[in-house]
Each structure stands twice: as structure tokens, then as C-alpha cells.
Design a protein around this ligand. Structure first.
Ligand code: C2E
Ligand code: CA
Ligand code: CA
Length: 381
């Protein structure tokens, strides 16, 4: 994905537009957004840099930074502060801000700070020694996030997600980028699949395990080999293939998926709604599961467009016999709307965050209410 635009964030749109005009003069492509708009866009888009005010009426710059870092650890984030609050500065640095700029800012200073941040990030990326990837492989571990069912209100599956204790490659996106640059995607996939299988022993019979596959992993002969660790639990495994890179353009995809299905694996299309192909991958691949992209889920209760999109997806999925999983659900309002629109299973911080161990969290009703109600998993001790 090309990073071309600078995102300027401020609830004070006059100030934001004034800075944006200055950056335009310097030749940058610029988008202006309020904090809420920026939060939604940062969850699904990649920017050249994000320049945000620190004190906004609806959320702080640091709160926005936290959301941004969950999706994109690599975007330069510049925070504009008007005061000397030490805690704000310490928090910003801990959350991964690249630069702090004092108000009033001059657009030329902002431009220079963007360039410096981009340069520092590029340099630290290229300064990796050849053996570093093997070091990284030893610092990986899986975490598991529960997926809950609307029917029976219980944990039906977990998604395995990658975590890394490496000081620089410390986010799944960074680990995957490094693997791509080093030509080691298959090694990474083998390592993750081994770790994931070894540690999944605690899961209850009948629960499924969703495992993310990089597009290049699909063509790793080891995946079909009898020594492949996941084969031991194939009938419980759902392989997630992301729609983000238009999977249907991959040659030989369908025979590959058939071979995996013949071994007992089930298939999910991940991030549906994030790519350009929309419903095409659903029709093309006829997966057992689809996972709706978080950008469709966020704030769905107030967006008629997203509601219509999700409805068309769940309707088609039902016709194809595909189970719909909505992910990234953070609020009761989102979950309620997604249930109404026909989503079958749900995943998100509202229910549980990814954890190092598989827990048999029970999905409980908090209080008797009319209609369908969802509530959080009990706090894990
Ligand atoms: P994904 O497969 O779409 O995974 C969902 C991401 O959303 C995870 O981020 C998860 O921690 C996060 N998430 C879950 N619930 C919520 C929520 O309610 N709100 C918000 N804001 N986020 C939520 P994570 O673990 O950082 O992973 C990021 C991406 O990295 C994944 O997106 C996936 O594309 C990739 N990834 C992670 N683990 C693996 C892996 O083992 N193999 C491969 N190939 N890719 C992986
Ligand atoms: Ca996934
Ligand atoms: Ca996803």
C-alpha cells in the first residue's frame, strides 16, 4: 500500500485546514479529519504521516495514537501540544509518537519533522543484520482471542495472533514486513504454525482455531506435507486468507484451497470489505467463514451505508452457507446492530482481548432484556 497522504487531525477544523494549506504548498497530499474521522480512517488506511493536535474535544491525541499504533506501527505520528504537561509527553513517547511539536506550529517545521521521522524510520529498518530474522523467530509467541457465537452465547473458537518480544519488530505488521523483505515468509509461517499448534492443547473439544495465513504461505509445500504441525488438529483449524490483497487474483488459488480442504482444514476470507473486490472473493472462493473487516464494524450503528453493505454480505453468505464473523467489536451498540444484520459470530475487545492462553470464557447475559443482548466475557483472573 502506498503511503502518500499526510493526515492532519484536529477537532478545530479551522486550525487543521490552515496547517493543511501550508503542507499543500510544500507539495504534500493532505487529508483533514476530526478525531472521530481520523480514528475510523486510521483503522483501515495507511498514511505517510499523521499530525494530530494533543487536546481535542472528543479524544486526546494520545488516545488517537493508541488506536493508530494498533493498526499501523510504522506511520510517523507527530503530536502538537500547547502546554508542558510532562505526563502527556511521557505517554506520547511510550505509545510511540515520533515527534512532539509545540504550538503555534509553522507548516515548514511540520514538513521538516515529517521528513526527519520518515528518514529515521527507514534507516532503522535497513540497519538489520542477516541473522536478525532468526533472532526474531525465537522471540515470537501466539496469543488467542475468543470468538463468540450468538446462538448458545459461548466461546466457539479462538483466533491465533502473533506477538513478538523483539525490541524493534514488536508488532505483527512489522514482523510480516521484515519477513517479506528478508524473503523468509515461509519460515515465519512454519514457526507460527508450530507454536500455535503446540499451545492450543488447552482448548475445549469442538472449539475451532482460526490461523492467519500470509498469501505466500499458501504456496509453501510444507503446508500440505504430512509433517506439518497443524495437520494434527486440521479438523479444528480454519485457515484465514486475507482479502486485503485481492486473493482471487492469485493464480491456482482454488486448487490450493481444495487441497487444504481435502486435508480437513476449513477456509475463511479475512478482512472482507477492505479490498477492492468486495463480494467477489465470497463468490469466488465459497469459504466456510468470512470475517468482516473492522472498518465496516466501527460505528456501524450510525452508518446506513455500512449497514447496507453488511446486510448484503450476510444475505449472500447465508445463501452460500458461509458463517459470518464480525471482528473488532468494541461497543454494545456495534454488537447489537451486527446481530440484527445477521452476523453469526463475533470477536472484539468488547468480549475479550487476545490472551497468551486459551480460556473457556463463557458468554453470559448480564440482565434479562428484550430482544437479543450481548455482554462481555467475565474478567479472566
Ligand atoms: P487481523 O487478522 O485482521 O486480526 C485482527 C486484529 O484486530 C488483531 O490485531 C487484533 O488484536 C485486533 N483486534 C481484535 N479485536 C479488536 C477490537 O475490538 N478493536 C481493535 N481496535 N482491534 C481489535 P493484531 O494482533 O495486531 O494483528 C494485526 C494483523 O497482523 C492481523 O489482522 C493479521 O493481518 C496480521 N497477523 C497477526 N497475526 C498473524 C499471524 O500469525 N500470521 C499472519 N500471516 N498474519 C498475522
Ligand atoms: Ca485474521
Ligand atoms: Ca481481519
Amino acid at each position: 500500500m502506498d503511503r502518500q497522504l499526510v493526515l492532519v487531525v484536529d477537532d478545530d477544523l479551522v486550525a487543521a485546514k490552515s496547517l493543511a494549506r501550508g503542507l499543500l504548498q510544500l507539495g504534500y497530499g493532505v487529508v483533514v479529519a476530526s478525531a472521530a474521522e481520523a480514528r475510523a480512517r486510521a483503522a483501515c488506511e495507511k498514511f505517510k504521516a499523521i499530525v494530530s493536535d494533543s487536546q481535542m474535544s472528543t479524544m486526546t491525541g494520545n488516545e488517537l495514537l493508541e488506536v493508530v499504533r494498533a493498526n499501523d506501527p510504522d506511520v510517523p505520528f507527530l503530536l502538537i501540544t500547547s502546554h508542558h504537561d510532562e505526563q502527556v509527553v511521557v505517554d506520547a513517547l511510550n505509545l510511540g509518537a515520533d515527534r512532539l511539536l509545540r504550538k503555534p506550529v509553522d507548516h515548514k517545521a511540520v514538513g521538516a519533522a515529517i521528513e526527519a521521522s520518515v528518514r529515521v524510520r527507514q534507516e532503522s529498518e535497513t540497519r538489520t543484520s542477516p541473522g536478525e530474522f532468526d533472532v526474531l523467530l525465537g522471540l515470537l509467541r501466539p496469543v488467542y482471542q475468543p470468538i463468540v457465537s450468538r446462538v448458545g452465547a459461548c466461546t466457539v473458537a479462538h483466533e491465533a495472533l502473533l506477538r513478538s518480544d523483539h525490541p524493534v519488530f514488536n508488532h505483527p505488521g512489522r514482523v510480516l514486513d521484515f519477513a517479506e523483505r528478508a524473503g523468509r515468509v515461509r519460515d515465519l509461517g512454519r514457526r507460527i504454525r508450530g507454536l500455535v499448534t503446540d499451545r492450543y492443547a488447552g482448548a475445549r473439544e469442538g472449539q475451532l482455531l482460526f490461523v492467519n495465513l500470509h498469501a505466500q504461505e499458501l504456496f509453501d509445500p510444507a503446508l500440505l506435507d504430512a509433517t506439518e504441525s497443524l495437520h494434527r488438529i486440521a479438523s479444528r483449524v480454519v485457515l484465514e486468507v486475507t482479502e486485503r490483497e485481492s486473493v482471487e487474483k492469485i493464480d491456482d488459488l482454488l486448487p490450493r484451497l481444495s487441497a487444504l480442504r481435502a486435508l480437513g482444514f476449513r477456509i475463511a476470507v479475512d478482512d472482507l470489505g477492505s479490498g477492492y473486490s468486495g463480494l467477489a472473493s465470497l463468490v469466488h472462493m465459497e469459504p466456510d467463514f468470512v470475517k468482516l473487516d473492522m472498518s465496516l464494524v466501527r460505528g456501524i450503528e450510525t452508518s446506513h451505508v455500512r449497514q447496507r453493505l453488511v446486510k448484503s454480505m450476510t444475505t449472500l453468505a447465508r445463501e452460500l452457507g458461509t458463517t459470518v464473523v464480525a471482528e473488532g467489536i468494541e461497543t454494545e451498540a456495534e454488537s447489537k446492530m451486527l446481530l440484527q444484520l445477521g452476523c453469526d459470530w463475533m470477536q472484539g475487545f468488547l468480549f475479550a482481548k487476545p490472551e497468551p492462553v486459551v480460556r473457556d470464557g463463557v458468554f453470559v447475559e448480564e440482565a434479562p432484556v428484550s430482544g437479543e443482548r450481548v455482554s462481555k466475557l467475565p474478567e479472566s483472573g
